[in-house]
Design a protein around this ligand. Structure first.
Ligand SMILES: O=C(O)CCC(=O)C(=O)O
Length: 275
């Protein structure tokens, strides 16, 4: 959607529930472009690594810190993404980009994500203000119950941070608190069509099941932070670098570069933090 703006009602929904779904956030043309780059771009492929769940099932993901002048970077920096993050996060310092990842859950082998809060990871980076952090996920292929769509516990962001431990190569929230949350709040399967977006708070409890279907589930997740929310244990430095927003049309109309090494990809072998 060109010149997309959240309505006051959508903002209230997000604050109440900890997430918000926006249908047709991207056009078919925009999603097709993201999909073909994901398939064809050598840099993206070269930097993809496998993340194992507790049963050894794998999600393929590429994660980068710097949104450049390539199609993915231009989407992450687009007005519709940056202005939405600005409307939804607490605080008033400039919006910055922490990192983005392309998630590829392949048919039959795509791994699960355990129940967690993203802030369960980011707390370790010593960000102090979870209300100043959020993610925007864009579905590149359809996401449904069969191919392991995201599940959220509606309103669970209001619980504050829950203890997390290690779960496979991931971090998982205390099962006791997850069980209590499930007893108290509604579990929602976030089924999306290509181009739909999910906005979610850094403290919402979420997970996804393994992809046991015949179809891939691919998505882009970009994470935003405010420049005043300094992480005292996060060496990349990007999460406090203000973003310069570009027009929504840029990802289709600008002659973007390909994804380059300048995007600063995470190398799994070398880096500890996975998110
Ligand atoms: O997309 C998924 O299946 C889960 C991703 C997730 O939980 C995350 O990135 O925090």
């Amino acid at each position: 959607m060109i010149n997309f703006k959240l309505t006051p009602l959508q903002k209230i929904d997000y604050q109440l529930n900890g997430y918000l779904i926006v249908k047709s956030f991207l056009s078919v043309k925009e999603v097709n472009k993201l999909y073909s780059i994901a398939i064809e771009d050598d840099t993206m492929k070269k930097h993809a690594f496998d993340l194992n769940d507790q049963e050894g099932k794998k999600t393929k993901l590429s994660l980068w810190y710097f949104p450049g002048q390539d199609t993915y970077g231009l989407l992450t920096k687009s007005r519709r993404m940056v202005d939405s993050a600005n409307q939804l996060m607490d605080g008033d310092s400039p919006v910055c980009h922490f990192h983005s990842k392309l998630m590829q859950k392949e048919p039959k082998v795509g791994g699960a994500w355990e129940w967690h809060q993203d802030y369960g990871y980011w707390y370790k980076n010593e960000f102090l203000f979870p209300d100043q952090m959020m993610s925007i996920m864009v579905a590149i292929t359809e996401a449904n119950k069969k191919n392991g769509c995201i599940q959220v516990i509606k309103g669970s962001h209001k619980m504050g941070r829950i203890e997390h431990g290690i779960a496979g190569e991931q971090v998982g929230a205390s099962q006791h608190y997850v069980d209590l949350a499930l007893k108290t709040m509604e579990l929602v399967y976030v089924e999306l069509q290509p181009g739909d977006a999910l906005f979610f708070h850094s403290n919402i409890l979420h997970r996804s099941a393994a992809n046991l279907s015949e179809n891939s589930r691919w998505s882009l997740i970009s994470v935003y932070n405010r420049s005043a929310n300094i992480p005292y244990n996060e060496p990349s430095g990007y999460s406090i670098l203000p973003l310069e927003a570009v027009p929504d049309e840029a990802m289709l109309q600008w002659k973007g570069d390909g994804l380059g090494e300048g995007s600063n990809f995470l190398l799994k072998e070398k880096d500890q933090a996975l998110k």
